[in-house]
Design a protein around this ligand. Structure first.
Ligand code: SAH
Ligand code: F3S
Length: 434
């Protein structure tokens, strides 16, 4: 029988990208980049902020139009918006064929079969009570230099603003043997770098193993050259974790450590469980052991009772630490979260103003840090052709900086090469092979 072809539009985080690739494998379907050619269209959605979840709903409407010429086309919604609104989506969008939460991915073949065999059947699968959440591994492309492996699903923290524990459920850690075998499979397909993903990866534990031992084990995988992981939770940074990062040469010198706010009062309202002093001290420990480590963070502006003084404390923090990159967002109220019931509210225009002050300042810091690389020779793992110019290749440094390498042979794809940095821009570096 001919394989069905599936088109998936993915919104949101790397976990969603990973889940989209799991859906392809679960369906045993052929992925296509052209929606018009697909037998099944799935919108894999993100609910982290209100804007993201609006985008998801309008995408379904767009693809519904294709059904006019192809009545047998199936259009479904998966991911966090699907989990969050469930039945309501089927009611509001009579043309939507199914709704599938993140934990339901192994059920998708049955869903498609049922739709095809029963008239007007519109399945919904949003149960959280699923045993083998890691049962389906993703479809991995051959010769992709950098890949992802999930080590954890869901989240046990209860940050007051966050929808993730609702949509993805509580934390489930993947057994180490599965993590290693998927990693080895990726390496066989040509991967040189793997980013291990989960909501709070450094809280990973399985049986008696903890995250630092996981890193020690991953270091031993032959042919794997680089290890990254994201996202880490500040309270779960231990000295053991830092020593493991330091001693394992494959672990990149880079850490994403969301702080969310520079004010203790706001951190308490967010239920982040650490103080700003704790956060700064962990950064100090990291920089003592790995002096050139690159740091990035996430910040939410306008949460809870954030005053000008609280905002100033966030600015003080970004000026003090000088992160390489800051991902900053205006707070968006999410249904059912503790944040929704808070009585304080920062007016939107105030929050927007604060956000742009922070982003302008961070732009300067990022650019300054990029310029610090001028003239240096840095190792780059080449990933593919540069988007701007096919004669150039691009790759990343251990610090996770993108480097465009001028006039270089494409036999270098997948190789670690030394590059002299000749130019710095706001978002990347430019250099020549040496
Ligand atoms: N542990 C996860 C968190 C996912 S959400 C990870 O970092 O991968 C990613 C970021 O989105 C969070 O760190 C936070 O800064 C931001 N965010 C989460 N909920 C938000 C909300 N309601 N409004 C605005 N930003 C939010
Ligand atoms: Fe969300 Fe906090 Fe977990 S930001 S994903 S509840 S660590």
């Amino acid at each position: 029988m001919k394989k069905e072809s599936v088109f998936i539009e993915t919104y949101g985080c790397q976990m969603n990208e990973y889940d989209s690739d799991r859906i392809i494998n679960a369906l045993n379907a052929t992925p296509t980049n052209v929606a018009e050619n697909a037998d099944i269209i799935i919108i894999n959605t993100c609910a982290i902020r209100e804007k993201a979840d609006h985008k998801a709903v309008s995408a379904v409407g767009r693809y519904n139009k294709l059904k006019k010429n192809k009545p047998e086309l199936i259009v479904g919604m998966s991911g966090c918006v699907a989990q969050l609104y469930g039945k309501k989506l089927l009611k509001d969008m009579p043309y939507l064929d199914f709704v599938l939460g993140p934990r339901g991915i192994p059920q998708i073949p049955k869903i498609i079969k049922d739709i095809r065999s029963e008239n007007n059947h519109r399945p919904i699968e949003t149960s959280m009570d699923v045993q083998d959440v890691f049962d389906i591994t993703p479809y991995h492309k051959k010769d992709k230099v950098a890949g992802f492996v999930s080590i954890q699903q869901g989240c046990n923290k209860k940050c007051a603003y966050c929808i993730v524990p609702t949509t993805r459920g509580s934390e489930i850690n993947r057994p180490i043997n599965e993590i290693i075998s998927e990693s080895k499979y990726l390496v066989e397909l040509g991967a040189k770098e793997i980013t291990y993903i989960g909501q709070t990866v450094n809280s990973w534990k399985h049986n008696r193993l903890r995250f630092p031992s996981l890193l020690d084990n991953l270091q031993e995988i032959d042919g794997l050259e680089r290890i990254r992981f994201t996202t880490s939770f500040p309270k779960d940074i231990t000295s053991k974790m830092i020593s493991s990062m330091k001693k394992n040469s494959k672990v990149c010198k880079q850490l994403h450590l969301p702080v969310q706010s520079g004010s203790n009062k706001i951190l308490r309202e967010m239920s982040r469980t650490y103080s700003i002093e704790w956060y700064k001290q962990r950064i100090e420990m990291l920089r003592d052991e790995i002096p050139d480590i690159a740091l990035s963070t996430d910040i939410i502006i306008g949460f809870g009772s954030e005053s000008e003084k609280d905002f100033q404390e966030t600015m003080d923090l970004i000026n003090l630490i000088e992160f390489d990159t800051v991902y900053s967002f205006k707070y968006s109220v999410r249904p059912g979260t503790p944040g929704e019931k808070m009585k304080y509210h920062v007016p939107d225009n105030k929050a927007s103003k604060r956000l742009s002050i922070l982003q302008e300042r961070q732009k300067e810091i990022t650019f300054k840090k990029n310029c610090d690389n001028l003239g240096k020779i840095i190792e780059v793992l080449i990933e593919g052709y540069s988007k701007q110019n096919r004669n150039d290749l691009y790759g990343r440094t251990t610090y996770n900086k993108v480097v465009n390498v001028k006039n270089i042979n494409d036999s270098n794809i997948g190789k670690l090469i030394n590059v002299k940095i000749t130019e710095a821009t706001q978002n990347s570096l430019i250099g020549e092979q040496v």
